[in-house]
Design a protein around this ligand. Sequence first.
Ligand code: ADP
Length: 220
Amino acid sequence: MIVFDNVTKYYKSNVGLEKVSVRINKGDFVFLVGPSGAGKSTFIKLILKEIDATSGSIKVRGREVTTMSNRQVPILRRNIGIVFQDFRLLPKKTVYENVAFAMEIIHQPKKLIKKYVPQVLSMVGIASKANKYPDELSAGEQQRVAIARAVIQQPKVLLLDEPLGALDLKLRKEMQVELKNLHETLNMTFIYVTHDQEEALTMSDTVVVMNQGEILQQGT
Ligand code: ADP
């Protein structure tokens, strides 16, 4: 599904990644763990082709990303959903509209939008807030909306970038369980990026431990 083979990324004299090889299979729930500067963001940006590798091969769903033309990049990204730590919801749209908008921009028919938005809002436990605006929601509720918005496009891969970093401990624990359940329901590949080693170990399927651009350890 996603294969990094001996990937190196230099930013001028800074090392982003050094000879990284990773294989993420379809349907895996993989944790990418490491302190600040480990190369986690670099890894994600390379998958999305927001930056180019210095050397090595990156395959996403069988397609080589490093040599991909600009024209093919939107197709690559169309299959990758992202959930950010800071939610990034549209403040002037309701919960329903935020999630519906994710379908509108990929030109889904109105009928499908009407059918799927309520389903996905229920799935993430936020159906009762459909008509609220983001600033009327708690942080946990906002993150549920962000998750709904990402999964409604039915991407093949969901990137979760420190998704629970803005939540308090109790809520974080709850959401960890819910994300695991969601992963089982959706049968999607999840890549979960965090600096929190404990979070990774308690939730883990597979953990990739990174430090200073290198992989220290990977396994179940
Ligand atoms: P993480 O997300 O784990 O904190 P990053 O991928 O952001 O790690 O960074 C890995 C290394 O690459 C760091 O040493 C960082 O300073 C360097 N780096 C990242 N982005 C840039 C950039 N745009 N220019 C120069 N160096 C960068």
